[in-house]
Design a binder for this molecule. Structure first.
Ligand SMILES: [Zn+2]
Length: 59
């Protein structure tokens, strides 16, 4: 079927209605980039916690 891509409005001829091939590639790349960002947890060093706990015990 022929239609305009709902994302970039380019006229395409695809079997199913949806983003064109170029847009699907972009969406897939964006999805994978987001997955990569989520997969890496924010690292919070807790080195400062231990000295404080030790200092409280010294009082
Ligand atoms: Zn498109």
């Amino acid at each position: 079927m022929e239609f305009s891509c709902p994302r970039c409005t380019t006229a395409v001829d695809e079997e199913f209605y949806g983003p064109c091939g170029a847009c699907r590639d972009q969406l897939r790349a964006t999805y994978q980039a987001e997955r990569r960002l989520v997969a890496v947890p924010e690292y919070e060093p807790k080195m400062n916690v231990t000295p404080n706990a030790v200092a409280l015990k010294d009082d």
